[in-house]
Design a protein around this ligand. Structure first.
Ligand SMILES: Cc1cc2nc3c(=O)[nH]c(=O)nc-3n(C[C@H](O)[C@H](O)[C@H](O)COP(=O)(O)O)c2cc1C
Length: 338
């Protein structure tokens, strides 16, 4: 198959059959989902979120009981247990750590390497990507602002042209707004080594997310997957793409109220910022675990526009591979190169 040939390099880096990552999703990417991904030939990534070392150890063991295939662990750089989590991953013979939520330094890269694991991470700009490769990361994920969850300001299309096309010699995976096999094939032709998908797996049959959460994503349109409006630069707002709901409206009201209080001198700048930061605390859990689709955070990417049914991971992967193969075959017919 042509698509498998194109995926060869990425699959080798990941140690999986296909060069597709099931991106980590806090509260969603747990043992069942990740092991099912691994057993379907893609590279699943456990989300460690705010876990401590003991919890992560349990989750890794539970995943390893369900699969003999490789999988990775996503670690948020601000987690106070960062070094403990890395140690646990090393002990449990995890192959790859995917560091998210900030730019990592050479010491952290060396620390992960010294424990026998590969390091992958994200970069929002070309200069940062170059530095990270120079410092020794094993692969990069370019995640555009179409993606679900915490996002940067730049779209996948621009990151591809700014970073991928300038760093073709390095292993780069693309994420954000990807579902169809034709797109995956085209990205591989452009020099990417693989792709990472998230939202579609949040809604798949093996996902243990609450039915209400899945239904809200399946019925949403792309335009409903928004990042929050920031009313004032003095109160910066984390950019998290999610389906708009009552919580989104209440958040705008909360910002307005904070601004008024700040204007009147009733609240200090730091306290105001902190109260806005705390607004969404625990909100993803409320949506994903408790099914509170009104006040919880319905993190999802714009790709919800074309995610319309709950499919199994195997069906999603098979469809993607078939689309990619058909695309590559007809492209070869239309544009014979050799
Ligand atoms: C509900 C949800 C939670 C997420 N949580 C995380 C996370 O904890 N760590 C991370 O690196 N990325 C997280 N992401 C991003 C995904 O790993 C993935 O890169 C992204 O969903 C890909 O884009 P897509 O949503 O367009 O498929 C999350 C995405 C979603 C939808």
């Amino acid at each position: 198959m042509k698509i498998l040939k194109l995926m060869e390099r990425g699959a080798k880096i990941l140690g999986s059959r296909y060069a597709i990552l099931g991106g980590a999703m806090t509260w969603i990417s747990e043992a069942r989902l990740v092991s099912s991904m691994a057993n379907s030939g893609i590279f699943g990534v456990l989300a460690s979120g705010a876990m401590d070392g003991d919890l992560l150890k349990q989750e890794i063991e539970s995943t390893q009981e369900k699969t003999r295939q490789n999988f990775g662990v996503n670690i948020i750089i601000a987690n106070p247990e960062l070094h403990n989590l890395i140690e646990v991953c090393g002990e449990k013979k995890i192959s790859h750590i995917i560091v998210a939520g900030g730019i990592l330094d050479k010491n952290l890269i060396d620390e992960i390497h010294s424990r026998g694991m590969q390091v992958m991470t994200f970069a929002p700009a070309l200069s940062i990507a170059r530095t990270l490769f120079r410092q020794g990361i094993d692969a990069l994920i370019l995640e555009g602002s179409e993606a679900g969850g915490h996002v940067g300001p730049v779209s996948t299309m621009v990151l591809i042209q700014d970073i991928l096309l300038n760093l073709r010699e390095y292993p780069i995976f693309i994420a954000g707004g990807i579902l169809r096999g034709e797109v995956v094939a085209s990205l591989l032709q452009l020099g990417a080594v693989g792709c990472q998908l998230g939202t579609v797996f949040a809604c798949c049959k093996e996902s243990t997310a609450h039915e209400n959460f899945k239904k809200a994503l399946l019925k949403a349109r792309g335009r409903n997957a928004v990042t929050p409006v920031q009313l004032d630069k003095k109160f910066p707002i984390a950019q998290v793409r999610a389906i708009e709901n009552l919580g989104t409206e209440k958040f705008i009201a909360k910002q307005r109220e904070t601004l008024i209080k700040f204007g009147k001198g009733e609240v200090a700048l730091d306290d105001g910022r902190l109260s806005l930061e705390h607004f969404w605390a625990g909100a993803l859990r409320r949506a994903v675990r408790d099914g509170d689709v009104d006040r919880g955070s319905l993190m999802a990417g714009q790709i919800v526009e074309i995610v319309k049914e709950e499919r199994s991971i195997e069906e999603i992967v098979l469809t993607l591979l078939t689309e990619a193969e058909c695309f590559l075959s007809s492209a070869a017919c239309a544009f014979p190169i050799a």
